[in-house]
Design a protein around this ligand. Structure first.
Ligand code: GTP
Ligand code: MG
Length: 174
């Protein structure tokens, strides 16, 4: 595919369905210093590439673990994600795994993290929707997430309230 092969770095965004991948991309692309985005169909309609500043792509992948789709459809999506991340010729500069800060890591998240680690990806974890966590539970929830995530950077984030926006932008661009 000519778009996927144009040589510009790709930063993949993955996570469970509904965790806020598209919201995070929207928040990122509205940042000062980042140009307006345009969206291109990728190799299939299910991989969306957003060209930022004419210099790199944010790659919006389908979410995993969506229960309202059929098993077959879920498996197809799972294959697509795995192919792009693990078996395709495309290189990701970074992989951003978005989890729900309020839910913590699900089994699917742990499996994904493990696969990415095995493939030696550079991983950034975003704990999105921190605006939904009660103040009194914040510390406990974050300590748990950090212990599950291990050595990777975890960014407390809210796409909706723009919490952690500067830290995320820095992590993406550095
Ligand atoms: P799929 O494309 O289905 O995989 O979902 P997605 O991961 O792209 O999630 P999306 O960005 O569509 O957001 C899902 C829902 O979560 C929407 O209703 C958002 O408004 C909501 N949401 C996203 N980010 C936040 C956040 O930081 N805080 C809160 N409270 N809600 C959020
Ligand atoms: Mg989405």
């Amino acid at each position: 595919d000519p778009i996927l092969q144009d040589g510009k770095p790709q930063i993949a965004i993955i996570g469970r369905s509904n965790v806020g991948k598209s919201s995070t991309i929207n928040a990122l692309t509205k940042q000062k210093g980042l140009a307006r985005t345009s969206s291109f169909p990728g190799r299939t309609a299910q991989i969306n590439l957003f060209l930022i500043n004419d210099s790199f792509y944010l790659v919006d992948l389908p979410g995993y673990g969506f229960t309202r789709t059929s098993r077959e459809e879920r498996e197809d999506l799972q294959h697509l994600i795995h192919w792009y991340l693990l078996d395709s010729p495309y290189h990701q500069e970074k992989v951003i795994l978005i989890i729900d800060a309020n839910v913590g890591l699900t089994q699917d998240d742990k499996d994904m993290l493990f696969s990415l680690e095995e493939a030696r990806k550079e991983i950034i974890v975003i704990a999105n929707k921190v605006d939904k966590i009660k103040k009194s539970e914040y510390k406990k929830k974050f300590e748990k997430i950090e212990s599950q995530v291990g050595m990777h950077k975890v960014i407390p984030y809210s796409a909706e309230k723009r919490i952690g926006q500067a830290e995320l932008t820095r992590a993406v661009l550095e």
